[in-house]
Ligand binder design. Structure first.
Ligand SMILES: Nc1ncnc2c1ncn2[C@@H]1O[C@H](COP(=O)(O)OP(=O)(O)OP(=O)(O)O)[C@@H](O)[C@H]1O
Length: 405
C-alpha cells in the first residue's frame, strides 16, 4: 500500500476565520490592564482605555463587519455587533467606576494621613510647650522626674545636705505702679544673669517674694561635674572657680575633696550674688539718666546667704511650685532681713566656707536672729568695684604654690 493513502492530510480550511468573541474578550483584558496597572493620571488612563475601545470597534465594524455580524450573540433579538459593543462598554464602565472608587479611597487615605501627621505635629508641639513651661517653673533636673511622679500621683521631694540659699531684697523700694515697671526690668536683668548661672552651675531661682529674689545652688548633684567639664573654658567665672580651687588646694595643702566640691555651691552662689549687685549698680546708673525713673527709683540691695541641709519638692496640684525648706533657707532669709543695703550678709558656717576659697569675710558682730538667738554673722568683703577681697593667707599660699611650681 502506498504510504500516501494512509497518511493524514492536513487540508487548511480557508473559510475558517478568527473567533470574534475571543478577540473582544482579549481587548477587554487589554483595556482593563492599561487602566488598572498603568501608573499615570486617572484621566489619561481613561483616555487610553477609550482610545483602545474605539480603535477596536472601528476595526471590527469596518474591517471585519461580516465576521462580527455572523458571530454568536448574547440575545436572539440583539445584533452580535451590538453585543460586542456592549461588552466593551460594560468593561469600560466597570473599570471606570472601580478606578474612581480606588482614587477616592486614596484621596481619603491621603487626607487622613495628612491630618494624622498634623495631629502628631500638634501634639509634639503641645508636649514641647508643656516641657518649656515646666522648665520655666521647675528646675531642669526636676522636670522629667516630676512628670513621672505626677503620672503616678506621688509626692515629689528631694533632700540635700549642702545647698547654698540666697535672699536678695531691694531696699528703699515701694511697690507702686511706676516702680513695678522698674522692678520688672531689674528682675528680668537678674533672670538673664541667672540663665547663664542656671545652665552652667545649676543656680535655681526659687521665687520672687514681693521685691525679694530667692535663689539656691546645689539642688542638682551634677554641679561638680559641670565645672570640671568646663576646665578649658575662657569663661571668667570658671576661671574664678579654677583660681578658688587652686587657692583651696594651696591653702589646705591637699587635693580637692568631695566635701570641698559640695561646698563649692556656696562660692558659686556668692559670685552670683555679687553679679546681681553689679547688675543693680548698672541699672541704677542707667535709670539715673532717665528723668522719670531717676525720681522713683534708686534701689539698693541687701543680700543674705546661708548654706546647709534643705528639703526641696514640688507642692500643689495646680500652679505647682518648686520650693525649698529647712534651716539654711530660714537662716538665709534672716541674714537678708537683718542685713545692710549694699552688703552680702552670711552665717558663720558660710563665711568659713568662703574663707576656704580665699574670700575675705568681715566679722559683723553678734546679730539677733529671731528663733535662733544672738549669733556671730559676717559680711562678705567686697571692694568699691564689686570685686571680692581675697584673704591674705590665700595670696601667701598662692605665691608659695607658684614659687614651688
Ligand atoms: N521657701 C521659703 N520661701 C520663702 N520664705 C522662706 C522660705 N523658707 C523660709 N522662709 C522665710 O524664712 C524666715 C524664717 O523662717 P522661720 O521658720 O525661722 O521663722 P518664722 O517664725 O516661721 O517666720 P516669721 O516669724 O518671720 O514669719 C521666714 O520669714 C520665712 O518667710
Amino acid at each position: 500500500m502506498h504510504i500516501d493513502s494512509i497518511q493524514y492530510k492536513y487540508e487548511p480550511d480557508f473559510m475558517m476565520c478568527f473567533a470574534p468573541w475571543t478577540l473582544t474578550c482579549m481587548v477587554c483584558l487589554i483595556i482593563m490592564m492599561s487602566i488598572i496597572f498603568t501608573r499615570i493620571p486617572f484621566n489619561m488612563r481613561i483616555f487610553i482605555g477609550l482610545l483602545e475601545a474605539i480603535s477596536y470597534l472601528i476595526i471590527m465594524f469596518y474591517q471585519y463587519e461580516y465576521v462580527v455580524h455572523t458571530s454568536l450573540t448574547t440575545n436572539p433579538y440583539f445584533l452580535p455587533e451590538y453585543a460586542h459593543c456592549l461588552l466593551i462598554l460594560v468593561t469600560l464602565l466597570v473599570i471606570f467606576f472601580k478606578e474612581r472608587q480606588t482614587e477616592f479611597d486614596n484621596k481619603i487615605n491621603y487626607k487622613w494621613s495628612v491630618e494624622l501627621i498634623k495631629k502628631q505635629d500638634d501634639s509634639r508641639i503641645a508636649a514641647q510647650s508643656i516641657t518649656i513651661l515646666l522648665h520655666n517653673i521647675l528646675p531642669a533636673h526636676v522636670v522629667n522626674v516630676y512628670l513621672t511622679s505626677l503620672a503616678k500621683h506621688e509626692l515629689y521631694y528631694e533632700s540635700y545636705d549642702m545647698v547654698a540659699v540666697m535672699f536678695a531684697s531691694l531696699k528703699n523700694f515701694e511697690l507702686t505702679l511706676p516702680n513695678l515697671r522698674v522692678l520688672n526690668e531689674i528682675i528680668s536683668e537678674f533672670d538673664q544673669i541667672l540663665s547663664y548661672y542656671r545652665d552652667k552651675y545649676r543656680v535655681e531661682k526659687i521665687k520672687i517674694v514681693g521685691s525679694t529674689y530667692m535663689a539656691a545652688c546645689g539642688l542638682d548633684v551634677q554641679i561638680g561635674l559641670n565645672i570640671k567639664n568646663e576646665t578649658r573654658s575662657h569663661d571668667s567665672l570658671i576661671q574664678e572657680v579654677q583660681r578658688a580651687r587652686l587657692l583651696l588646694a594651696a591653702f589646705q595643702k591637699k587635693h580637692y575633696s568631695i566635701t570641698d566640691e559640695k561646698e563649692e555651691v556656696v562660692f558659686v552662689l556668692t559670685t552670683f550674688a555679687l553679679d546681681l549687685m553689679r547688675t543693680l549698680w548698672v541699672c541704677n546708673n542707667d535709670y539715673r539718666n532717665i528723668p522719670i525713673d531717676r525720681d522713683v527709683f534708686n534701689a539698693d540691695m541687701s543680700i543674705g546667704i546661708s548654706s546647709g541641709e534643705v528639703m526641696a519638692g514640688v507642692v500643689g496640684a495646680s500652679q505647682v511650685q518648686y520650693d525649698i525648706w529647712g534651716h539654711a533657707a530660714n537662716m538665709a532669709s534672716r541674714m537678708d532681713s537683718t542685713g545692710v543695703a549694699g552688703k552680702i550678709h552670711v552665717t558663720q558656717n558660710t563665711a568659713l566656707i568662703l574663707k576656704k576659697y580665699g574670700i575675705e569675710c568681715k566679722y559683723r558682730g553678734m546679730t539677733y536672729v529671731k528663733g535662733q538667738g544672738i549669733l556671730p554673722t559676717y559680711f562678705v568683703d567686697i571692694d568699691a568695684n564689686y570685686e571680692f577681697n581675697y584673704t591674705q593667707e590665700s595670696y601667701d599660699s598662692i605665691a608659695v604654690e607658684s614659687e614651688s611650681n
